[in-house]
Design a protein around this ligand. Structure first.
Ligand code: NAP
Length: 240
């Protein structure tokens, strides 16, 4: 057991998830770095430990119920609670695209991971979050999941028409809203946080570094930004 806040970050092996893990650990949180291939976490976890950070690692594949259950059990055994869940893991599929041409298989893969996988992890971790005195769930959303942005020709994201990815993030926003309404009497904050346009393996391009993209999700994870049931991006509140 530890007095530190306990956070679990999915997809912690690279990109924004790795940076969120580094920044949370630097803030004194014990970070459980989760990845579908935990071997990818070994070097980073060692480096963080060498720097005096408190981290551990766990295998967690959003598409594998057994791995989610095993990860949940291991958090329960080690800590008995979870204070912060950062639902970061996600995919983009190059065969995704506009609704008239996108590959249905690609759409299914993206929705399975980004929405159903995240829902599955969240449901599994909820009993542990309910053991926290101040639980927080941060869902890594995207401006592309905004219905308003998708119909606004003046938005820089208007042309990014990926029915699978955008719908998966719109569905994630529905999770944020419904979970907020479900949990609001229990002191667990739930927010959708868009990191901005960040250069990672997922995008291949972007105007922000993963370090910059991690900042707003980390502020919500640490409770430095108050409120629940919102959709936020670095420029402010995003329209649903
Ligand atoms: P990334 O560098 O590609 O990282 C994605 C992470 O998700 C990787 O750790 C990956 O693990 C993990 N992942 C994928 N499928 C998984 C599964 N089934 N189970 C467990 N982990 C899985 O992408 P990123 O840009 O950092 O994206 C992180 C989050 O931010 C995503 O949810 C993304 O949609 C969101 N986001 C990103 C941007 C942006 O501009 N980059 C903008 C808005 C929102 P592997 O290494 O094993 O594949």
């Amino acid at each position: 057991m530890t007095d530190r806040s306990i956070a679990l970050v999915t997809g912690a092996n690279k990109g924004i998830g790795l940076e969120i893990s580094r920044q949370l650990a630097a803030a004194g949180v014990h970070v459980i770095m989760a990845a579908r291939d935990p071997r990818k976490l070994v070097a980073e976890a060692k480096d963080l430990a060498r720097m005096g950070r408190s981290v551990s690692t766990v295998a967690l594949d959003l598409l594998d119920r057994a791995s989610i259950d095993a990860a949940t059990r291991s958090v329960a055994e080690a800590f008995g609670r979870l204070d912060i869940l950062v639902n970061n893991a996600g995919i983009f599929d190059p065969a995704d695209g506009p609704p008239d041409t996108a590959s249905l298989d690609a759409v299914r893969r993206v929705v399975d991971t980004n929405f159903l996988g995240t829902l599955s992890v969240t449901q599994a971790m909820l009993p542990l979050l309910r053991q926290s005195s101040e639980g927080r769930i941060v869902n890594l959303a995207s401006s592309l999941g905004s219905l308003a942005v998708n119909k606004d020709p003046s938005s820089p994201y208007y042309a990014a028409r990926f029915i699978g990815y955008n719908a998966s993030k719109a569905a994630l926003n529905m999770l944020t809203v419904q979970l907020h309404e479900t949990l609001k009497g229990e002191g667990i904050a739930v927010n959708s946080v868009s990191p901005g346009f960040v250069k990672t393996d997922l995008t291949g391009q972007g105007i922000m570094t993963p370090e910059e993209g991690a900042r707003l999700p980390v502020e919500f994870a640490l409770g430095l930004r108050q409120g629940s049931g919102g959709f936020h991006e670095p420029d402010g509140v995003t329209p649903w």
